[in-house]
Design a protein around this ligand. Structure first.
Ligand code: IPM
Ligand code: MN
Length: 359
């Protein structure tokens, strides 16, 4: 197969982890006899520095012309005081919208060998295997009006949580469809006891569920869900959430399974899929060679599966990660106490070598 991937390393630890993910994809291409072409472009802070725009025209065009997009991270404290449209994050939001990627899939599964890396007791996390389905193009992130303005001499900030029924319906269908290939349970997250927007969410999800009588639906308020996620994480299968709730709960899920550095994501629904680790740019550890590349590597596996239906190739990457972890290799975020840890590059090399060996 011939595959064209646009790669956006971005900011902070983005370039380091993406280098490893690209090496893994190159190994997959060698072993499984595919041809992968990579085009590298700027996004986020590095794009602002070079082009004065967090998503330059050429970057969006290259993404729309590719078969899939692999992204590292965006975010740089240098731009903290810049206006919204000139912040690194604005580039990512415009990219998601430009790609029509409304469905963000974030799996959080416990690797057995990492039970000791979680801050929670191993009997609590045993069997945790969650798929967070986060709506990605609506809610507070995109709702209008949004601004800080002067109201009679006092500054006032406003954002809008807004969802139309069709927007809720299409993400709910993604969650129910995916539940059918898993344990057939959907937990829909909202704050329907307070927010009108959430009441429409709950009503719409309940209606969509009628088309899926074989899938069990439960509703949870977001605050109670945040608690249940640490108290009994193994009770969740598919967790369906609006944009902001999904953002918050996915970081929490990362800690539950041992480290946010492990979490991968796929943003699908439009013509070109976008794949990125869930962690951010982590400027405090950037350039030190200690970032965990597994979130980026597992995002590359999702890319193979969702954009190209290369299930064997994706499984090879996932198995490699699982084996490398059970062999005891740890990046710093996964190491406990005085446990030895490997660098970003060494971890990537372990995965690449494993894939080459099965070839
Ligand atoms: C994520 C990130 C982004 C988000 C930021 C960088 C805009 O936190 O992908 O979870 O909030 O969606
Ligand atoms: Mn986030």
């Amino acid at each position: 197969m011939r595959i064209r991937i646009t790669v956006l390393p971005g900011d902070g630890i983005g370039p380091e982890v993406i280098t490893e993910a690209v090496c893994v994809l190159e190994a997959v291409a060698r072993v499984f006899k595919h041809e992968i072409n990579f085009t590298f472009k700027e996004i986020g802070g590095c794009a602002i520095r070079q082009h004065n725009d967090p998503l330059p025209e050429g970057t969006l065009t290259a993404c729309l012309e590719a078969d899939a997009v692999l992204l590292g991270a965006v975010g740089d404290p240098e731009f903290d005081n810049y206006p919204t449209h000139l912040r690194p994050e604005a580039g990512l939001l415009r990219l998601r919208r430009g790609l029509g990627a409304f469905a963000n899939l974030r799996p959080a599964r416990l690797f057995d060998s990492l039970a000791g890396a979680s801050p929670l007791k191993s009997e609590v996390i045993k069997g945790t295997d969650i798929l967070i389905v986060r709506e990605l193009l609506g809610g507070l992130y995109f709702g209008e009006p949004r601004h800080v303005s002067d109201v009679n001499g006092t500054r006032e900030g406003i954002n809008t949580m807004r969802y139309s029924e069709p927007e809720i319906e299409r993400i709910a269908r993604v969650a129910f469809d995916l539940a059918r290939s898993r344990r057939r349970k959907v937990t829909s997250v909202d704050k329907a006891n307070v927010l009108e927007c959430s009441r429409l969410w709950r009503e719409t999800v309940t209606r969509v569920a009628q088309d899926y009588p074989d899938v069990k639906l439960e509703h949870q308020y977001v605050d109670s869900c945040a608690m249940a996620l640490v108290a009994r994480p193994a009770s969740f299968d598919v967790m369906l959430a609006e944009n902001m709730f999904g953002d918050i709960l996915s970081d929490e899920a990362g800690a539950v399974v041992g480290s946010l550095g492990l979490l991968a994501s796929a943003s699908i629904g439009g013509p070109v899929g976008l794949y990125e680790p869930v962690h951010g740019s982590a400027p405090d550890i950037a350039g030190k060679g200690i970032a965990n590349p597994l979130g980026a590597i597992l995002s590359a596996a999702m890319l193979l599966r969702f954009s190209f239906q290369l299930d064997n190739e994706a499984a090879a990457v996932e198995t490699a990660v699982e084996k490398i972890l059970s062999a005891g290799h740890r990046t710093r975020d996964l190491a406990s106490g005085d446990q030895q840890f490997v660098t970003t590059e060494e971890m990537g090399k372990h995965v690449t070598d494993y894939i080459e060996r099965i070839g």
